[in-house]
Design a protein around this ligand. Structure first.
Ligand code: SF4
Length: 492
């Protein structure tokens, strides 16, 4: 009997990257789930993807993976931890080929475990296929149950594996038609990169909720790159070409680059929180600079909640551009009254009562000469549970500030996200059950002001082409919570 041809080669992760990575317990933020990066037509595809993932590290720190193809066979390597922990030079050298896709992950659907690391890569009846995903499907459990009932065996807990099975069972012939067929079965938010032995295929969901953009390497005119954010292009010397359009599929192979529209048209609804916190400030999304948008949020916030103080201080790093905008608008001094440690990594230290500010102090330190005896306006991007804001305000008061006024450069976060962002349950979101005055009292701020939703959309140019469900409760992809995760988030 002939041995089946083994087309997929899976490398072992380094020992230090096999275990599940711990999470920072004192991190009161929404978290992006993932970043994706792909390249076609470059002799150092694995190295380019490694660098691209490094630039996208802020989008996910739990696991990283790269799959390459040499035109006949796929080579996969996935491991837990940061990109720099997940790959050695030797392992990158064992990922040959001129095309690659890669992924960094911070889990939302599915636990933090190597089996959920991406890209997924499989051999199936028609060849080899790899896929990685940024987003969440709202009907993943339903589709998964149907697939399991007809015999599919899942290796992971993630939504992403659903795509692999749907593509494998499609009756279509061409890979783009098989993918389109699979996409017709799912609902939710997805920016996806697929890879076969000889093509890289990018798809963005019909509303374009999660970002995805296309670039080109000018030194190699036929080398194309794809990334969750264009900040990754800068690092490898690629040029931003454009965003992948909502509902668009881009196929890149040796015959060039093609675009298809296999999905029904829908109103665009890009995630507005990318501009608040997730995206890197040096990125441009939907034609808008993230840095300038954050600065405009700060200016609008200053007009809505002005406060003449001695100094405007950001909570670094994400609060910096908004604080610059706020300070310029009210005519106050901008100063770095808090310094962030960039070497914390992630820690699982559970603060004891005796050192209960330890978690925040690992990340932030007060600059006493900036704060002592002053009336301080602190600018942060959001309040999730309120616990971190309370600790930061105490830290600023302990450093001698006379007054501490808190300003938030986004509206109150009242609703969980079902479109690819890790959020606490609705009950845990302090703004879902407390007024602004109550939150001010809890955080011990002398005053508190949030940017309004209208102000936020106005700073983005006035169009309502954004998802803002976590602020407004207006879920653009309606669904009935059925999965355990969905029910837990809404508190059913
Ligand atoms: S609910 Fe919030 S975090 Fe989720 S996609 Fe919409 S705007 Fe982004």
């Amino acid at each position: 009997m002939l041995e089946p041809k083994r087309r997929l080669v899976v490398l072992d992760p380094p020992a230090r990257a096999r275990a599940s990575a711990p999470r920072l317990e004192d991190d009161d933020h929404f978290h992006d789930e993932c970043g994706v990066f792909g390249v076609f037509g470059h002799s150092e595809a694995a190295n380019m993807t490694y660098l691209g993932l490094h630039a996208l590290q802020h989008r996910g720190q739990e696991s990283a993976g790269i799959v390459t193809s040499d035109g006949g066979q796929l080579y996969a390597h996935r491991a837990m931890g940061l990109v720099t922990d997940a790959f050695t030079q030797e392992q990158l050298g064992r990922l040959p080929g001129r095309q690659a896709i890669g992924h960094v992950r911070y889990s939302t659907a599915g636990a933090s475990h190597i089996k959920n690391a991406q890209p997924f890569a499989v051999d199936y009846a028609r060849g080899s296929l790899a896929v990685c995903h940024n987003g969440n499907l709202t009907n993943a459990d339903e589709v998964r149950s149907e697939l399991e009932a007809r015999g599919s065996i899942f290796q992971s807990d993630t939504d992403t594996e659903v795509f692999v099975h749907l593509v494998a069972i499609s009756k279509e012939i061409a890979i783009e038609d098989r993918i389109a067929d699979a996409l017709g079965r799912v609902k939710g938010a997805y920016s996806l990169l697929f890879m076969t032995e000889d093509a890289v295929i990018a798809v963005r969901d019909p509303m374009g909720i999660r970002p995805l953009c296309l670039g080109i390497l000018p030194s190699k005119k036929d080398a194309h790159v794809l990334s969750s954010e264009p900040c990754a292009f800068e690092l490898i010397g690629a040029e931003y070409v454009r965003d992948v359009e909502p509902g668009e599929m881009i196929i890149i192979d040796s015959s060039g680059i093609r675009s298809m529209r296999p999905l029904p048209k829908a109103p665009p609804r890009q995630c507005v929180f990318e501009y608040v916190y997730f995206a890197r400030p040096d990125s441009q999304l939907g034609g808008k600079s993230v840095y300038q948008t954050r600065e405009a949020f700060g200016r609008t916030l200053a007009r809505e909640h002005p406060m003449q103080a001695d100094v405007v201080v950001p909570v670094p790093d994400s609060g910096v551009p908004a604080a610059i905008g706020y300070a310029a608008e009210v005519g106050s001094r901008f100063e770095m009254g808090l310094i962030r440690s960039h070497y914390v990594g992630r820690t699982f230290i559970e603060p004891q009562e005796s050192i209960r500010h330890f978690g925040v102090r690992l990340k932030l330190s007060p600059v006493e000469p900036v704060l002592r005896g002053r009336r301080v306006v602190v600018i942060d991007d959001s309040i999730v549970r309120g616990t971190t804001s309370r600790k930061i305000i105490k830290m600023i008061r302990d450093a001698g500030a006379k007054e501490v006024h808190l300003r938030i450069s986004s509206p109150p976060t009242q609703w969980p996200c079902f479109y690819g962002i890790d959020t606490p349950t609705r009950r845990e979101l302090i703004a879902s059950s407390h007024s602004t005055d109550e939150i001010a009292r809890y955080t011990t701020a002398d005053s508190l002001g949030y940017l309004s939703l209208e102000g936020m959309l106005g700073a983005l140019g006035g169009s309502d082409s954004f998802c803002h469900a976590c602020f407004s409760g207006k879920y653009e992809i309606p669904f009935t919570p059925t999965s355990k995760r969905q029910m837990r988030l809404v508190g059913v």
